[in-house]
Design a protein around this ligand. Structure first.
Ligand code: XMP
Length: 514
């Protein structure tokens, strides 16, 4: 494990709950740094990190099951406060000599909760609350020394505390939005039980990260690819703050970016941050390779391959570079089993650099969630446009042109897309949407403009809301916004006489059209 980037570390032992990442995010929202580790991490390793508190996550198992995940009993003796959540509470009760009953009746969903003692986890909260429950087993009798501090109609021990020993357990889920006051419970644990102060801020992260980057790379040279997206922009700005001119960024402009986007990226890094930037205008190269290609998967493959090739060519010219900066974020790290090697393989754009150019990977954001990366980027002075940019696919506008990608069609789409985004921003809806953009359909239709018959292109407007892009709903944009978008596109974009709105959700549709 790496040394903690904060003085105030809380370790979350993961017992396999679907909500574990959410616990980490809530803890971070309390400005406390935390990391998720597997439940069977050796106690000596955990104690060696000198955490100020531990959280035992939920999990799908029952403590009585064969092979149920179980942490070492010695965890309760390392002398730091511990909070159990759901399965974590059942396990704590079981390991410390209490009684856990396999659920006779499962409790799931919103549940009324009565608080019996407001001096610990429930300090400052009402006596009657609504919480979110999702469990089968339950604690029937807490271990000796514990008090029952909350209950529900079917859960006699909805929360238990042994304040003297700093042991706490809740059967409900404080981390989910359906427990609206849940963050208060976590805050009480972190601030009151663990005595933390919330020192994890973007500024403190930057200070520590800068020191670590300097220690890690020393006087070596670093290359970093930038795309205009938040992750790579944040890494570049952070590396630059730490090592200045030792950093060279490479921006491959494949000509498939949105209106003026390439130039904005160049201005931000080169003019504003004074970062050494290799700006590669590769539009012609990409368009040549895409000429006559209609199949979406082939488009993606060609763009991916060409991107790597162009990046390699330019990276290999920076012959004294030793490191490659990457914008890997914490969810990627967690999903890749917290193993460095796996992360690099599955999450980086730049496969196969020349063999003699063995670059070591530096990933200074690998402990940040996306919203934290945005905060850090803002603190580093990146423009708001970049900090809050909606996701944009690597293959760019090529997968939003159904059919052949040509310079003319790209220009038409760029123009229309700019209007869509502009009107969404004017309506104050930009941050509420996962994405809002235009697609150029392979359809021409008849229209009438002035007294002239037209036979022109069709623009599809697509706007979706989503949490994680796995599922998405089509956005119910106000009619006035749609009307404005439509009339502007038809009036302002040459060659377009029809605008339609995509009202498909994902699944069964996808967000992009190709
Ligand atoms: P779909 O169309 O699969 O998109 O519903 C889900 C999210 O992923 C983005 N996307 C991509 N991002 N390279 C990327 O970097 C790609 O090839 C790619 N394809 C889709 C898409 O924009 C949406 O946010």
């Amino acid at each position: 494990m790496n040394p903690s980037p904060s003085e105030e570390l809380v370790i979350i032992l993961d017992f396999g709950a679907q909500y574990t990442q959410l616990i980490a995010r809530r803890v971070r929202e309390c400005r406390v740094y935390c990391e998720i580790v597997p439940y069977d991490t050796p106690v000596s390793e955990i104690a060696g990190r000198a955490p100020k508190g531990l959280i035992l996550s939920g999990g799908p198992a029952s403590v009585y099951e064969d092979g149920a995940p179980r942490c070492d009993d010695a965890i309760y003796d390392i002398g730091v406060p511990i909070l159990g959540i759901c399965y974590g509470t059942q396990l704590m009760a079981y390991q410390l000599g209490g009684k856990v009953t396999p659920g006779v009746q499962r409790e799931f969903g919103r549940t009324e909760l009565d608080v019996l003692d407001s001096n610990g986890l429930f300090a400052g909260l009402d006596k009657h609350l609504t919480c979110w429950m999702s469990h089968g087993d339950l604690v029937e009798t807490p271990p000796a020394g514990f008090n029952i501090v909350a209950r529900t109609a079917s859960t006699p021990v909805a929360a238990m505390e042994n304040r003297e020993r700093g042991m706490y357990g809740v059967q409900f889920h404080p981390e989910v939005v359906h427990t609206p006051w849940g963050t208060e419970v976590l805050r009480n644990f972190l601030y009151n039980a663990c005595g933390l102060h919330g020192s994890w801020t973007p500024a403190s992260f930057i200070e520590t990260a800068v020191k670590e980057i300097r220690a890690q790379v020393s006087s070596d040279k670093v290359v970093c690819g930038v795309s205009g997206g938040i992750d790579s922009a944040c890494v570049a700005a952070l590396l630059h703050k730490a090592i200045g001119d030792q950093l060279t960024c490479i921006f491959v402009d494949h000509g498939l970016m949105r209106l003026d986007e390439g130039e904005k990226v160049r201005q931000t890094f080169e003019d504003h941050f004074k970062i050494k930037l290799v700006y590669v205008d590769a539009e012609e190269r990409f368009l040549n390779r895409l000429s006559g290609v209609l199949d979406p998967e082939r488009k993606r493959k060609i763009i991916g391959e060409e991107f790597v090739r162009v990046f390699e060519e330019h990276a290999s010219q920076i012959t004294d570079a030793k490191w490659l900066g990457q914008g890997t974020l914490y969810p990627d790290v967690i999903e890749s089993g917290t193993k460095n090697a796996a992360v690099i393989k599955s999450h980086h754009n730049v496969g196969g650099l020349p063999e003699d150019m063995v670059l070591k990977i530096i990933e200074p954001l690998r402990y940040l969630f996306k919203d934290e990366a945005r905060e850090v980027a803002a603190e580093l002075g990146l423009p708001e446009d970049m900090v809050w940019r909606q996701p944009f696919p690597g293959p760019g506008l090529a997968i939003r042109i159904v059919g052949e990608v040509t310079k003319d069609r790209l220009d038409t789409l760029r123009h229309a897309d700019d209007i869509v985004v502009d009107e969404i921003k004017r309506a104050g809806l930009y941050r509420e949407l996962w994405m809002g953009f235009a697609v150029l359909a392979p359809i021409r239709s008849v229209g009438v403009m002035g007294d002239q018959r037209t036979y022109d292109d069709t623009i599809v407007v697509r706007a979706v809301t989503s949490q994680d892009a796995m599922t998405a709903d089509w956005a119910k944009l106000p009619y006035e916004v749609l009307e404005k978008i439509s009339s502007r596109i038809i009036n302002e974009v040459p060659g377009v006489n029809r605008t339609v709105y995509d009202i498909s959700s994902k699944p069964p549709a996808t967000i992009e059209w190709e």
